[in-house]
Design a protein around this ligand. Structure first.
Ligand code: SF4
Length: 493
């Protein structure tokens, strides 16, 4: 049976405590880490990038698939060593793994002093043993308050048990319903010119491979004005690129009664002073409206970039995934995106080896990927998740078969990507310089508007005009001079 969430703290640390953070998983989790760091810093804690120096170590975990859970557990155990044989006095585990395995973490890893679920970020202060400084409460941060509502679709799914965790032994009992706002302190960990903004949390979709709705709760949007105020403040502090995220950004505003909420939000953000690149990630296929595409096309500072995880292309697999759609429909929608937004960069991701995926269905997916010719594409191996609808499906494929299919899909994309990157040679783009390359001391690295932070290929910069050494965080005009499978080489002109 699920248990009530609890954080046990036996004593407070003498301030200022030094707190080290390890953030795992996706950018949505990173924003949660940044919010917790903001709260800690506001309460007087000192943040340190070195686990060796930290009095308190916080591991913000991911629980999306089996490998992510394992990485989370390995990281907790690694950090626990700083407590048993190092400086650390307290170890805190936060994030998705807590929602799922609250009891097991407390029981099996005795070094863990406190756990913080995704819906209780404000409790990080107590969990870390840091004295709480008085803070003006953000007025609109809890679903269920008078100011936030849910979508009828989500309420319906809730009644049908989509968010139930009863089958999970030792999970946190209450669904998370937290949302940060523009009053919430936040410490940015991204390069100074770039920031994520989480515009919504949770998800109401019924995808049968996914437990995110059970981990993150019902879909809920941040207030429109709160997002705009945060973006404005970020722009004033020197941020030039904003990436809007959420489990599904294209549902933004539906619970607030907004039609085309994301398009309206983008229009408003595009009018703010100082933002050079605005983009959104994680679009849901049938939620991409004509108005949204036209809004992207109409503004120079909204990146011509659409990230739409399609998950599969075979209509029968998509039906079993409870997502709908199929290759023909998707191809028509891609054609529309390319027509409305000239030179649009398209990213998608797929799951291979879903239960019962026949060779014919997999071939359909391969054929679709060839035809769609995405600029960027990711392929993930299906991972069985207890609590997900597909957990009870028949026809599970072997790990070996799944991996072999994943590799063949990626090899198709590799050829597409190579040809696409080659076609960029000689063309000029704006480039945001990110600093020295991790590949070689002789290279710099940056991104164009075709590259979303962290997920897409890289632009290596190997030349710039004499005496004009480019600076990190600044924009430059560059020309592509060479191409690899996913990365390109450029010179600053
Ligand atoms: S849209 Fe589907 S895959 Fe994405 S978070 Fe929601 S349920 Fe999961």
């Amino acid at each position: 049976m699920p248990v009530k969430k609890s954080i046990s703290v036996t004593s407070k640390l003498a301030a200022p405590a030094k707190v080290g953070f390890v953030s795992l998983g996706c950018p949505k989790n990173l924003v949660d880490s940044e919010v917790m760091m903001g709260m800690l810093a506001q309460a007087g804690a000192e943040l340190t990038p070195n686990a060796e120096d930290a009095d308190v170590i916080v591991v913000n975990t991911c629980s999306f698939i089996g490998t992510a859970q394992q990485e989370s557990i390995d990281t907790i155990l690694e950090m626990a060593r700083h407590k048993t044989g190092g400086m650390a006095k307290r170890l805190v585990v936060a994030g998705c793994l807590v929602e799922r395995f609250h009891d097991a973490i407390r029981k099996n890893i005795p070094e863990v002093d406190a756990v913080v679920g995704t819906g209780e970020l404000e409790r990080i202060l107590a969990a870390a043993g840091v004295e709480e400084a008085p803070r003006a409460p953000g007025p609109f941060n809890i679903l269920g308050s008078n100011t936030l509502t849910s979508r009828p679709e989500g309420d319906h799914r809730r009644e049908q048990g989509r968010f139930a965790r009863d089958s999970w032994d030792g999970a946190v009992a209450d669904l998370p319903n937290y949302l940060y706002d523009d009053h919430t302190p936040r410490v940015l960990t991204t390069p100074r010119s770039s920031a994520y903004i989480k515009i919504a949390e949770g998800c109401d979709h019924p995808c049968t491979f996914c437990i995110i709705p059970q981990l993150r709760g019902q879909f809920r949007s941040r207030r429109f004005e709160s997002v705009v105020a945060e973006a404005e403040r970020l722009a004033q502090s020197g941020v030039r690129e904003i990436t809007l995220i959420g489990q599904d950004t294209t549902c933004y505003g539906e619970d607030l009664g907004l039609k085309d909420g994301l398009a309206l939000l983008l229009e408003k953000l595009a009018a703010l002073e100082g933002l050079q690149w605005i983009r959104f990630l994680y679009a849901y296929p049938n939620k991409i409206t004509g108005r949204l595409l036209e809004t992207v096309a109409a503004h120079d500072n909204i990146c011509s970039y659409i990230d739409v995880p399609l998950q599969h292309a075979s209509a029968t697999v998509l039906k079993r995934m409870k997502r709908g759609g199929g290759a023909d429909l998707f191809l028509r929608s891609i054609e529309k995106m390319r027509r409305v937004i000239p030179d649009v960069t398209l990213r998608s991701s797929f799951i291979v080896g879903f239960p019962g995926e026949t060779e014919k269905e997999f071939d359909e997916l391969c054929g679709f990927v060839k035809e769609a010719a995405f600029d960027w594409m990711g392929a993930f191996s299906y991972s069985d998740q207890e609590g997900a609808g597909a957990f009870d499906h028949d026809g599970k494929l072997s790990t070996r078969e799944i991996e072999s299919r994943r590799k063949s899909l990626m090899s198709i994309q590799k050829k597409i990507s190579r040809a696409k990157k080659k076609s960029l040679i000689g063309r000029e783009f704006d480039l945001l310089l990110e600093g020295a390359s991790t590949e070689s001391d002789l290279l710099l690295e940056g991104r164009t508007s075709m590259h979303a932070p962290e997920i897409d290929g890289r632009v290596f910069v190997n030349d710039y005009p004499d005496g004009n050494e480019p600076k990190e965080g600044e924009f430059y005009r560059c020309r592509i001079t060479a191409a690899h499978d996913y990365d390109v080489v450029a010179e600053i002109v």
